[in-house]
Design a protein around this ligand. Structure first.
Ligand code: ADP
Length: 194
């Protein structure tokens, strides 16, 4: 199963992506986590992206697209993946389309975590206290949400036109959203069989 989760910061998409990864035995491919791992390991990539992440800006598309290209070519992604944090703009969405076409695969569903900015900011403040991520400062949070509206919302609209978009009520509890996702995926399965 090839899945993509899309939505603003604090929408709970990472949490649900981790559950989907476990339930369906497919890797959870999170660009944010990959960049943070590179920073923690002190690699060349890590040194390059560290100040970018701290500011809340986007890492350049060429770096991000090639990172994903390599990751999806690893054996564990052979039976599917859940992509989280990518694509974040239209150029990346085109990059993803091209690489999926090359390996003759398609997205099964794009799960869209719909959430108001008020709730997103409230949740991010809570997360900042719990996790202490370097980019959960008020400035970086504002920048990330701004980029989300400017650059990632057009990606949502793009997938809406393909009929792959599954809108979710992301303000509800983790459990309620998980049930909504399971129901949507079951429906897709039935459609595939029919
Ligand atoms: P959040 O969704 O809370 O912003 P992420 O872990 O998804 O957190 O991303 C953290 C940071 O990693 C982003 O602010 C950005 O700097 C970088 N990043 C993650 N994914 C991408 C991407 N697809 N393109 C460019 N930069 C990215």
């Amino acid at each position: 199963m090839n899945l993509l989760v899309l939505g603003p910061q604090g929408s709970g998409k990472g949490t649900q992506a981790a559950r989907l990864s476990e339930d369906h035995s497919i890797p959870h491919v999170s660009t944010g986590e990959m960049f943070r791992a590179a920073i923690a390991a002190g690699t060349g990539l890590g040194r390059r992206v560290e100040p970018i992440l701290a500011s809340g800006d986007l890492v350049p598309d060429d770096l991000t697209v090639s990172l994903i290209r390599e990751r999806l070519s690893e054996p564990d992604a052979g039976k599917g993946f859940v992509l989280d944090g990518f694509p974040r703009n239209l150029a990346q969405a085109e990059g993803l389309d091209a690489m999926l076409a090359e390996i003759d695969r398609e997205l099964d569903a794009v799960l869209f975590f719909d959430l108001s900015d008020e709730i997103a900011v409230e949740r991010l403040r809570g997360r900042a206290e719990d996790e202490g991520r370097d980019d959960d400062t008020p400035e970086a949070i504002a920048r990330r949400l701004e980029i989300y509206h400017e650059q990632t919302e057009p990606v949502v609209e793009r997938y809406r036109t393909t009929g792959k978009l599954v809108p979710l009520h992301a303000e509800r509890s983790i459990e309620a959203v998980a049930v909504e996702i399971a129901e949507a995926l079951e429906l897709l399965d039935e459609e595939a069989v029919a």
